[in-house]
Design a protein around this ligand. Structure first.
Ligand code: FE2
Ligand code: FE2
Length: 290
């Protein structure tokens, strides 16, 4: 049996350090029974597109986790894809390079027993960058070459509800690529799609493919979607043969921050604009060989 833990939307920053205490508690809980691998599925930082120090701190903090960690970029790390703009922070080649210098490739593959687990960069969709084409080709090749079960990880949900839904670009990958990605996964017999971004937990199925939304370790939305649970924590996957299970794990002592309250109910438009609350840890000190 193999175990994987998915954490998401850690939103770490040395200056806007609201959520570091929660992250430390999550790291301690994970280290109590280390899995084979941890996936941190994006929005690692508060303001990665503009503040390299936020990315540096997020990387430093993730080294508190003893198991190997695979990272995925979110809109708060490399910027926003066309159609998904919210903060006027478009994804750029420079922002991708700054991220990759720290966290490694934006797409990756892992084998756990019979399972192939793939991670892709949802922020590339609809950009027209050559990286976007490369990612499609890579995904196609990986899915074609594997004969066993497959799970896909990315930051943004593929669907909010399912094929044919009204476009929800703030919530999902670009509506222009939803069908293409779903068809590719369907053809290859993929079993699940796991994402973050929405800071709430939900599982639903589309044409036999399960979609798992991972909660944040940092903060909750004030108004979760119908049927979703905003409780902070992480997801634990267990793989045995060609079967898997996924369960929510809560962590004792997490502060249930609510985004709208931190932004003082509209006084500040975005988290990055809220007055700083620096972390007190001496984080630039080398730690465990980091
Ligand atoms: Fe987020
Ligand atoms: Fe996000």
């Amino acid at each position: 049996m193999h175990r994987l833990i998915q954490i998401s939307d850690t939103h770490l920053s040395a200056q806007h350090g609201f959520f570091f205490d929660n992250f430390q508690r999550v790291a301690t809980a994970i280290n109590a029974a280390p899995p084979d691998i941890v996936v941190s599925s994006g929005d690692l930082s508060v303001n990665g597109p503009e503040t390299e120090e936020d990315l540096d701190f997020a990387l430093w903090a993730h080294h508190l986790i003893e198991a190997p960690v695979r990272f995925l970029p979110g809109n708060h790390d490399v910027g926003e894809e066309p159609g998904g703009e919210h903060l006027d922070q478009p994804i750029t080649h420079h922002r991708l390079a700054v991220y990759q210098e720290r966290f490694g490739p934006c797409r990756w593959r892992e084998r756990l027993g019979d399972w192939l687990l793939l991670g892709i960069n949802s922020q590339l969709f609809n950009t027209g960058f050559s990286d976007e084409d490369d990612q499609w080709q890579w995904l196609d090749a990986e899915l074609s070459a594997h004969r066993g079960p497959v799970g896909l990880f990315l930051h943004k949900p593929l669907f909010a509800e399912g094929p044919g839904e009204a476009p929800q670009p703030a919530t999902t990958v670009s509506p222009r690529v939803q069908g293409r990605l779903h068809d590719l996964l369907l053809e290859s017999g993929a079993r699940f799609v796991a994402c973050g971004h929405v800071h709430q937990r939900q599982t639903f199925s589309v044409d036999g493919i399960a979609h798992h939304w991972c909660p944040s370790t940092a903060f909750q939305p004030a108004a979760p979607r119908d049927g979703c649970d905003p409780a902070l924590g992480f997801l634990e996957y267990k793989f045995e043969g060609n079967q898997y299970t996924v369960e929510f794990r809560s962590v004792r002592g997490l502060d249930a921050w609510v985004l709208e309250h931190i932004k003082e109910n509209g006084k500040y438009a975005f988290l990055k604009d809220v007055p700083p609350q620096p972390v007190t840890v001496d984080w630039r000190r080398p730690q465990n060989g980091v």
